[in-house]
Design a protein around this ligand. Structure first.
Ligand code: KG4
Ligand code: ZN
Length: 343
C-alpha cells in the first residue's frame, strides 16, 4: 500500500456512492459528522419509469469528478491536496456499470492523492446512516432496511455483526412503490410521488391485503401490487389519491408490525430505520408511535440520510478502516454482494 506523500487529517473520509441512480460524494469527519454531502439524482430515467442501467453508468461517468470536486470544496478542502485519510467507495450490491464508475474514480483518486481505499457494502452503508445522526444507537438493534432493491429486517448485534432475520420473498418495498406509481400514472421514483398523492387520499378507502401476517418476519409485496392493479381496473372511478393512500397504509402496516415483532422476538430495545423508503413520512410516524407504545427506542435518521448518499458510505468506511484496515487496490465492483459477506 503506497503511503501518503503528505500528512493526512485522521478521521476525514471521502465517501463515493454510485450503485444506482444517485451520484453522491461526501466528506465525513470521525465517522459521524458530514462536512459535505453532494447528491446528484439522475433525471434521465424518469421517462422510462425505472432505472436504465446503461444510462446510469454513463451519467455517473459524466458527473463523478464534478461531484467529487464539489464535495471536497464544500468541506473546505483543496482538490490537489485534500488532506483526507482514506477514500471509501461502494463496491456492491448494485448495477455493475454504475458501481464500476465509482470504484474506478476512487482508485484513480487514491493513487493521485496517495491515500488508501476502503470498499464498502452499500447495505452496510445504509445501516451506518443512523450513526450520522445525533442519537447514538444502542446495540443489539433491529434495523428495518427498506430500499429500491432490498427489504430486510436485520438483527445487528454490533456494527459488522449482521443477521438477516426477515426479507422480501419477491419485490422490495421500494420496487412496489415504484411499480404501483407507474401503474397509477405517477413518475419515477414512485415512493415520493405516492406519498404526495396519499396526502389527499383516504387510507381506509380500500382495504388492500397485508401479506404474510402469520408470525413470519418475511415480506411479500408482489400480491399487494397486483391487488392495487386489479382493484383499479375494476373500479375506474377510484381516485388515484385514495388508491395511493390505501396502498401506502398496507405497506406501512406490514413493515412496522414485522419490525416490532422482530424486536419482541429477539428481546431488543432499539429499532432503526434505513434505506430510501425510510424517507416515507407515514412509515416514520407509525414506526415511531408503535415503538414508543412498547417502550422501544426508535432511531429514525433524517430523510436525506435514508436515501442513497455518500456520507453513509464514508461512515461505514471509517468504521471498516478502523477495524479492518484498508482494502486492496485491486477491489472490484461486486453487483450481487450480500450484507453478511465480509469484504
Ligand atoms: O435506498 P435508495 O435511495 O436506493 C436504493 O438503494 O435502492 O431507495 C430508493 C427507493 C425507491 O424505490 C424510491 O421510490 C423509494 O426508495 N423512496 C420512497 C420515498 N422516497 C424514496 N418510498 C416511499 N416513500 C418515500 N418518501
Ligand atoms: Zn440504497
Amino acid at each position: 500500500m503506497a503511503m501518503s506523500s503528505y500528512p493526512v487529517a485522521r478521521g476525514l473520509i471521502l465517501g463515493i456512492e454510485t450503485s444506482c441512480d444517485e451520484t453522491a460524494v461526501a466528506v465525513v469527519k470521525d465517522g459521524a459528522i458530514a462536512l459535505s454531502s453532494i447528491i446528484r439524482s439522475q433525471q434521465v430515467h424518469a421517462e422510462f419509469g425505472g432505472v436504465v442501467p446503461e444510462l446510469a453508468g454513463r451519467e455517473h461517468e459524466r458527473r463523478i469528478l464534478h461531484v467529487v470536486k464539489q464535495a471536497i470544496s464544500k468541506a473546505g478542502l483543496d482538490m490537489h491536496r485534500p488532506n483526507i485519510e482514506a477514500i471509501a467507495v461502494t463496491i456492491g450490491p448494485g448495477l455493475a456499470g454504475a458501481l464500476m464508475v465509482g470504484v474506478a474514480a476512487a482508485k484513480g483518486l487514491s493513487l493521485a492523492w496517495g491515500v488508501p481505499l476502503v470498499g464498502v457494502n452499500h447495505l452496510e452503508g445504509h445501516l451506518f446512516a443512523v450513526r450520522l445522526e445525533q442519537d447514538p444507537i444502542s446495540y443489539p438493534a433491529v434495523m428495518l432496511l427498506v430500499s429500491g432493491g432490498h427489504t430486510m429486517l436485520v438483527l445487528v448485534q454490533k456494527p459488522g455483526r449482521y443477521r438477516v432475520v426477515g426479507q422480501s420473498l419477491d419485490d422490495a418495498a421500494g420496487e412496489a412503490f415504484d411499480k404501483v406509481a407507474r401503474f397509477l400514472g405517477l413518475s419515477y421514483p414512485g415512493g415520493p410521488e405516492i406519498e404526495r398523492e396519499a396526502e389527499f387520499g383516504d387510507p381506509a378507502s380500500v382495504r388492500f391485503p397485508r401479506p404474510l401476517r402469520d408470525g413470519s418476519l418475511d415480506f411479500s409485496f408482489s400480491g399487494l401490487k397486483t391487488a392495487v392493479v386489479t382493484y383499479a381496473k375494476r373500479h375506474p372511478e377510484a381516485e388515484v389519491a385514495d388508491l395511493a393512500a390505501s396502498f401506502q397504509e398496507a405497506v406501512v402496516d406490514v413493515l412496522t408490525e414485522k419490525t416490532l415483532n422482530a424486536a419482541k422476538d429477539f428481546g431488543v430495545k432499539c429499532i432503526a430505520l434505513a434505506g430510501g423508503v425510510g424517507a416515507n413520512t407515514r412509515l416514520r410516524a407509525v414506526l415511531t408511535k408503535k415503538a414508543n407504545d412498547l417502550d422501544i427506542a426508535a432511531c429514525i435518521p433524517s430523510r436525506l440520510n435514508c436515501t442513497d448518499n455518500g456520507a453513509m458510505i464514508a461512515a461505514a468506511g471509517a468504521w471498516r478502516l478502523e477495524n479492518f484496515g484498508p482494502s486492496d487496490r485491486s477491489i472490484a465492483a461486486m453487483p450481487s454482494l450480500r450484507l453478511e459477506e465480509s469484504i
